[in-house]
Design a protein around this ligand. Sequence first.
Ligand code: 5GP
Length: 145
Amino acid sequence: MSLEGAYDPVNIFAKIIQGKMPCAKVYEDEDVLSFMDAFPQSRGHTLVIPKTPVRNLLDVDAEMLQMLIERTQMIAKGVQRAFLPEGIILTQFNGAVAGQTVFHLHFHIIPAYADTELSGHGGTKMADMEQLQRHAAIVAAALDL
Ligand code: 5GP
């Protein structure tokens, strides 16, 4: 049982996995999907999600989690090469009280730049889709596959 009940099969990330909602895709394999956050906290803010329907860290099995964090590291290296931030923040929220807003497990890869303040988590300013697509393409090209 999850922190707050059952998995919602029509959450936004489930729709993205099913191709029913667009995303600026960075990477995809059998188990994992990665795409740009639509409300980025900084330039290059990227999400990594498992394709398995799990709400949060407590629900995922260890094998899937290991694979997910390995892919997250691989994609974070691509983000680093693509945008050259001075730092990278990795976040992951479990439960609404903790700040989770989409109830499908995901890691945030958030570039941190010395000269730019981060926007807040769960922002309301949606990024331009064409710009997100450009950013996704830059990261995708920088992945060491
Ligand atoms: P959480 O708050 O659950 O940790 O993170 C959910 C993230 O999903 C937020 O950073 C939010 O900006 C992002 N997000 C919400 N809706 C969409 C969407 O439709 N497309 C994309 N690409 N990201 C979204």
